[in-house]
Each structure stands twice: as C-alpha cells, then as structure tokens.
Ligand binder design. Structure first.
Ligand SMILES: Nc1nc2c(ncn2[C@@H]2O[C@H](COP(=O)(O)OP(=O)(O)OP(=O)(O)O)[C@@H](O)[C@H]2O)c(=O)[nH]1
Ligand SMILES: [Mg+2]
Ligand SMILES: [Zn+2]
Length: 309
C-alpha cells in the first residue's frame, strides 16, 4: 500500500464515482471523501470532467482530496436549481459545437450564446454543421452563408454528414488538444465521435418523430482518448447555455466584431451599443458590417430576453 499522493485528470463521473487518468496511463476509480471545495463556486457538481485533481490511491477506491486550479470551465445552467449552474467540463483547449439546420434545428441564438460562453474564457471555437445529407437546397445555401459569417469571426467551421462521410478534416483539427463537444440532443455528437474514433462506440439515439427532438442518449459527460495527446469530451445534449458572470458593459467584448469596434464609440467602454450617440457598433449594424442576427442575439443576451433555445 502506498501513501503517495497522485494527480490525474477526471475522465468521467458516474454519480459519486470518478474515473481518473494518471500520467502513467493508469485509470483509478475514485470518490470524494470529506469536504472538497473550490473557493467561491456554487456549481452543483464540484468535480467536473477535465478537472485535474490530487488523489490518494491508498485504498481500493482512491480519494480525491483537491481540485487543482482550472484554466477554464464551460457551464450550463442547472435544470434543478435556478441560480446554480452545472459544469459541463473544465480545462478544455477548444469547444466544438455540433449544430444542424435539419432536425433538431439549432437556432442562431443558441449558437451565439455558446460562442460567447467560450469566448469569455478565450476558448477557441469550432462549429460542425452536421446532417448535410438531409438539407434542402435552401438550407445548404443558408449553411454556406453561416459558415462565411462565423469564419469571418474567427470560428473554424465544417459542413459534414457524420453518419455518411469521412470526418478526417475534423479529426485533424482535434490533434493534440482537449476538445469539448457540445450541442442539442440529437444533433449527432456521439455519431461524430464514433466516426472520429471507432473504438469509442458511444450509443447513438433516435430522434422521436413526434417531438423532432433528441432523446438524451448521452446522459453524462465523458472524456475519450484518441491518441496519447488528443482527447475529446462527449456531453449530454443541452437546451440552453448559462451566461454567468458577464457584466452588461463587458458583453460586447465577447462578440469579436464588436470588440474590434467599440474603441470607436463616443462613450468608450461605457457604451452598451443600444441607443448611445456616436456608437461605432450601431454604425456597423446600420451599414451591414455587423450581421443583423448577431446584433439581435447580442441585444437578447444584454436585455436578458429568452433567446436561449
Ligand atoms: N441523416 C443523418 N443522420 C444523422 C447524422 N448524424 C447523426 N445522425 C442521426 O441523428 C440521431 C442522433 O444522433 P446522436 O449521435 O445520438 O446525437 P447526440 O447529439 O449524441 O444526442 P444526445 O446524446 O442525446 O445529446 C441518430 O439517429 C443518428 O443516426 C447525419 O450526418 N445524417
Ligand atoms: Mg450523444
Ligand atoms: Zn457603442
């Protein structure tokens, strides 16, 4: 029996047990004993997938004693308690959103909230437009327009059919990184993962034809290893994103096309680009340099309207 303290990465959590990967490649089954907290955080799950933890492997079931500082974390609002949020994953290098304009269709409001959540931590973003094979001609056209829009904002975009075709271009973008894969239930996150790494074999669900919604086939976040230095985190479908800790005057910092322009606003950092005079952001909306959908979604977030879907 050793009494040494190890550190490792949380690969998955099922109820009160955590699968922790140590640097030597061994997996340890751990649980949290006693009080463990991260100062000032009120998420409902204190230990998240992706967390670096210190643990004591002394017993058959190791004890997590500490969560090491996080570089970032991605939150979704908790379904159970309002005001509390749930950490989907921590310490990710990039965030990949799977969306589709087929079923279940993803709204631009949802996409923009996701991008803002990631941008607030400077986490690079990727959008995979999936189910290309199901798109009507006008939906294909719209996909191309959205790819042009989001690419111009620094987001890496792909249009794929995860079920039908090769996803090599996506796989290449994952190399040597830890990537969070998120999106509504039923958009094809697990299908994409299985294509990326056939050894993963995540269960893929049906979309019920009555509700046209996914049925939450994946029910907890789980990290998979694609090669020695490449990891992906499959997550359960989310309905909405929580935008916590973003001040009103700060929000436009997380819209790259506004961040670049706001220095030109007469009121500078105090401008929230709603009705202020000599606002460079409003000018850009007027001239069409900022996409109407992006500005609408900005206003929705700023004013707290329900555009979370
Ligand atoms: N036609 C078509 N169907 C797809 C494609 N990708 C996924 N699907 C189907 O969409 C359904 C849902 O796929 P999943 O991979 O389970 O979706 P998910 O995002 O993991 O869903 P949750 O785990 O519930 O969050 C399945 O029936 C897939 O076969 C695609 O590119 N084309
Ligand atoms: Mg899934
Ligand atoms: Zn302004």
């Amino acid at each position: 029996m050793s009494t040494q303290r190890l550190t490792g990465t949380v690969m998955r959590s099922t109820g009160s047990f955590y699968d922790v990967l140590a640097p030597d490649g061994r997996h340890y089954n751990c649980r949290v004993r006693g009080k463990i907290r991260l100062e000032g955080i009120k998420e409902t799950n204190p230990v998240a997938v992706g967390d670096h933890v210190a643990f004591d492997p002394e017993h058959e079931i190791g004890s997590i004693t500490e969560i090491l500082p996080r570089t970032n974390h991605i939150l979704r609002t908790s379904v159970k308690k309002t005001g509390h949020s749930h950490i989907l994953a921590a310490n990710v290098d990039q965030a990949l959103l799977v969306v589709t304009l087929a079923m279940p269709r993803t709204s631009l409001g949802f996409i923009d909230r996701f991008l803002v959540s990631a941008e607030a931590y400077r986490i690079p973003q990727v959008i995979v437009f999936n189910k290309k094979d199901l798109l009507l001609p006008e939906e294909s056209e719209l996909t191309q327009q959205l790819i042009a829009l989001y690419t111009s904002l620094g987001v890496t975009c792909f249009s794929v059919s995860a079920r039908e075709e090769s996803t090599d271009a996506v796989r290449h973008m994952l190399l040597d990184k830890i990537t969070l894969i998120a999106g509504h239930s039923g958009v094809g996150k697990s299908t994409l993962l299985n294509k990326l790494a056939p050894h993963i074999e995540q269960t893929v669900g049906d979309i019920s034809s009555s509700s046209e919604k996914g049925t939450h086939t994946t029910t907890f976040a789980e990290m998979f290893q694609l090669d020695e230095r490449t990891f992906v985190i499959d997550t359960p479908g989310v309905k909405e994103w929580g935008l916590v800790d973003i001040q009103r005057q700060e929000l436009s910092d997380y819209f790259p096309e506004m961040r670049d322009r706001r220095l030109g606003c007469k009121f500078g950092a105090r401008c929230i680009h709603v009705s202020e005079p000599k606002c460079a952001v409003l000018d850009a909306v007027q001239s069409g340099a900022i996409a109407p959908s992006r500005y609408q979604n900005y206003l929705g977030m700023l004013l707290g309207e329900d555009n979370r879907k």
